[in-house]
Design a protein around this ligand. Structure first.
Ligand code: C5P
Length: 402
């Protein structure tokens, strides 16, 4: 089979230099790449650099007649399996969202039905500006995959979201996007095609009164990454999410809930499933009787919260007549991680426990070191970004249900 071909559009920003490393990684992964460099991009790197790294001619202008006869802009996009815009500047995103075609890059992007992956990089205020956020929402609605920028120190001296993700992470996004079922070539089947996968993610919020609640630090990132990886492997994914600030991964069906009891009901409604992965950090307790009105400070006795136990969704699923063939739980522990995970495997009646030590900043963070505890033994993985943990876990699951 022909290796995937990438059309890389390099926009104007200091992060353009990272596109050079990305070309190396794309080629190392066995793919071919051709570059379009915008006028802005050419202020930061040269066509020569991109041509040398891609070993392909670099295109910069729409008005190059030779290329419009031999290699037109339609052909440029048609030969590609994926168009990657990296770095995607605020200006490029705005033009893409508005359908403006005033350069080779924007004309290619308007004239294509090839999947597009945009990797933004810009100053934090430009990224957070309502106009950029509106454009990103528009593009996502139009089916463009827009990667969230990283947080951190920026070349302009400011700090916050707007940094281009590291090239290795962008490469992961490219591979994930290419593997999406909707982007498949006819006749190709994916490892989880036809499998229904049920995933819970995020925390739950248990109300104390209309304005206060009991919660935990779970961000939902690990569960969402697993949902994304499962969908990329062809599964029909139902994601039941507690309150999180994350966008729905491509191809995933999502139900939002707030409390543990709502999550239990949503899981029940989503059955049957072939595989269930319970990643959510479900609150163990809720207030026995949440107040209807805001509890006031009286200056006298402190309020006392009476707690009630929440349903254990995972344990309930293990006992259910519709129990999925593979039932995976997570265990967030702060000590004796593996011992506690073994005990949990037996107590909950699931098939695997993915255990992690959350004494550091795993909860809410971007990396995770996990141990997969099964009846057969323990497999420990080194610290990895959560999306890589997700992909490895889904590959292991696909092997187990094959
Ligand atoms: O008992 P513990 O909360 O440590 O168990 C963690 C595992 O059980 C996770 O997979 C979590 O999603 C699941 N769980 C659940 N319902 C609860 C508590 C935990 O499904 N009420």
């Amino acid at each position: 089979m022909k290796p995937p071909h990438i059309l890389l559009i390099v926009g104007g920003g200091i992060a353009a230099y990272k596109a050079c490393e990305l070309i190396r990684l794309i080629r190392k992964a066995g793919m071919t790449v051709r570059c379009v460099l915008t006028d802005g991009g050419a202020q930061f790197i040269t066509p020569m650099t991109l041509a040398a790294l891609s070993e392909n001619e670099v295109f910069t202008t729409l008005w190059d007649l030779k290329n419009e006869t031999e290699m037109g802009h339609i052909q440029l996009s048609r030969e590609a399996d994926l168009i990657v815009v990296c770095p995607a500047t605020a200006d490029l995103l705005a033009k893409m969202a508005a359908g403006i075609s005033d350069s080779l890059a924007t004309t290619v992007l308007l004239a294509t039905d090839t999947p597009v992956l945009a990797v933004p990089a810009m100053n934090v205020r430009m990224w957070q500006h309502a106009a950029t956020q509106r454009n990103v929402a528009q593009l996502r609605g139009d089916g463009v995959t827009v990667v969230d920028p990283d947080d951190g120190a920026m070349a302009c001296g400011e700090y916050g979201p707007g940094r281009l993700p590291e090239p290795v992470a962008i490469m992961g996004e490219i591979e994930a996007t290419l593997a999406l079922p909707s982007r498949m070539h006819p006749g190709q089947t994916l490892p989880l095609s036809g499998k229904r996968v049920l995933i819970t993610a995020g925390p739950t919020h248990e109300p104390i009164d209309p304005v206060r609640f009991i919660a935990n630090r779970s961000s939902g990132r690990q569960g969402f990454a697993i949902a994304e990886a499962a969908a990329a492997m062809g599964a029909d994914v139902q994601l039941i999410a507690g309150p999180v600030h994350l966008s729905t991964p491509p191809g995933v069906k999502r139900t939002d809930v707030e409390t543990a009891r709502e999550m239990a009901a949503a899981v029940d409604a989503a059955l049957p499933a072939d595989i269930a992965i319970m990643v959510a950090a479900v609150a163990d307790w809720r207030t026995a009787d949440a107040a209807d009105q805001k509890i006031k400070k009286t200056g006298g006795a402190l309020p006392v919260l009476h707690l009630a136990e929440n349903p254990d969704i995972l344990a309930g699923l293990a006992r259910d007549a519709r129990r999925p063939a593979l039932l995976v739980g997570f265990a967030a522990e702060t000590e004796n991680v593996i011992d506690h995970a073994r005990a949990k495997l037996a107590r909950k009646g699931c098939d695997w426990i993915v255990a992690n030590d959350v004494s550091g900043d795993v909860m809410g963070g971007t990396e995770n070191a996990v141990h997969i505890v099964t009846a057969q033994g323990v497999e420990s993985w080194s610290n990895l970004p959560k999306d890589q943990v997700a992909r490895r876990l889904m590959e292991k699951i696909a092997d187990a249900v094959r």
